[in-house]
Design a protein around this ligand. Sequence first.
Ligand SMILES: *Cc1c(COP(=O)(O)O)cnc(C)c1O
Length: 223
Amino acid sequence: MSENIANNINETRHRIDIIAQKSDRKLHEITLIAVSKGQPACRIDAALEAGQKVYGENRVQEAQMHWSHRRNLYDNLELHLIGPLQTNKVDLAVDLFDIIQTVDRPKLVDSLIKSFKKKNVSRNCFVQINTGEEDQKAGIWPEDSDGFISYCRSAGLPLTGLMCIPPINEPVAPHFALLKQIGERNNIRLFSMGMSADFEIAVSLGATHVRVGTGIFGRRENL
Ligand SMILES: *Cc1c(COP(=O)(O)O)cnc(C)c1O
């Protein structure tokens, strides 16, 4: 299993490299986030042993179980929150994560700023855009994105990127292109888009962060 995971990481990196070269992208611009949600400890340890430094989790509590102690065992880990954040978990999230990718409402912006001030820290944030305008999905709708980005900036949030999760069963390319377009007109340069099934398309369309779970770790066990 641990060999598999090391191989999967290498293979994923290799595929990113190939598509980056084809798309005239620079390799160092693209960060592979290994999404460890729902994965057993032994697989996470195998990824760490393979040298993987950047991880994504979508729930604060599970992330604490996975990462509170491992954070202290490895240098230079970078942890991204890629799932919805409730305001009552903001302090915990700020303690644990380096980057919050799912900022999606003014109340959350205000809570994050308050937490940063209280703890005297800062965390780079991404705004989640609901590119598919799906009612059940988190994220700012495209038409509201410019206004919300302005709100984040005037509130003093360190906003560095955008992320999206396209609807299932739809071609992803238009969603990735839309995210890029919103970023470019707002002077935002980081784009978290693409998962196991579509990270190559995402890289070809400008992803700077791809979020790969099952492609690295295999099928999730405990959900
Ligand atoms: C689970 C998850 C992923 C990883 O999905 P895979 O298909 O396993 O690569 C990526 N992004 C988000 C937001 C997720 O919740």
